[in-house]
Design a protein around this ligand. Sequence first.
Ligand code: INI
Length: 165
Amino acid sequence: MPNLLKGTFEGQDLRIGIVVSRFNSRITEKLLDGALDCLHRHGVDDRNIDVVYVPGSFEIPLAAQKLAEYSDVDAIICLGAVIRGDTPHFNFVASEVSKGVARITLDFDLPVIYGILTTDTAEQAQQRAGLKQGNRGWEAAMSALEMCNLHKLLKERLHTASEKE
Ligand code: INI
């Protein structure tokens, strides 16, 4: 039987940062509601949650980077909605935000969760923000909880392993 390393979903004692875009706020507020509901249900205290608003998804990486650099959060959840029908530069905004989030998570060795919807229509985004297709904010919060706990576990294991050498 191999050693299984899995993150739990326990939220007690975790500190979480959330960066949420105001662009398409009717959708992103639903994502935020979903994320907060998930964190509360898993034991994260409101005093340990910082919510940072930015104008649009393009600005999410800068705010996430500041949280990663200057706060003591265990994970950051990024929430936004980029809708193809709304913008001729859909590909540009979607690609910049995904590159930014991917860079920060590795540069800061911190779970930074991509909870940004990229859809063709507002209707598709609504479906993924609490209607038929679940709530991407809730799912992003679940990923944050799991990755926080896995990250801590891996750090402990690798630290212990390196001490033995
Ligand atoms: N920002 C979004 O989060 N979603 C969009 O669909 C969107 N559209 O359609 O343009 C959008 N644009 C704003 C962008 O993120 C920046 O805030 C803006 O360009 C200022 O830098």
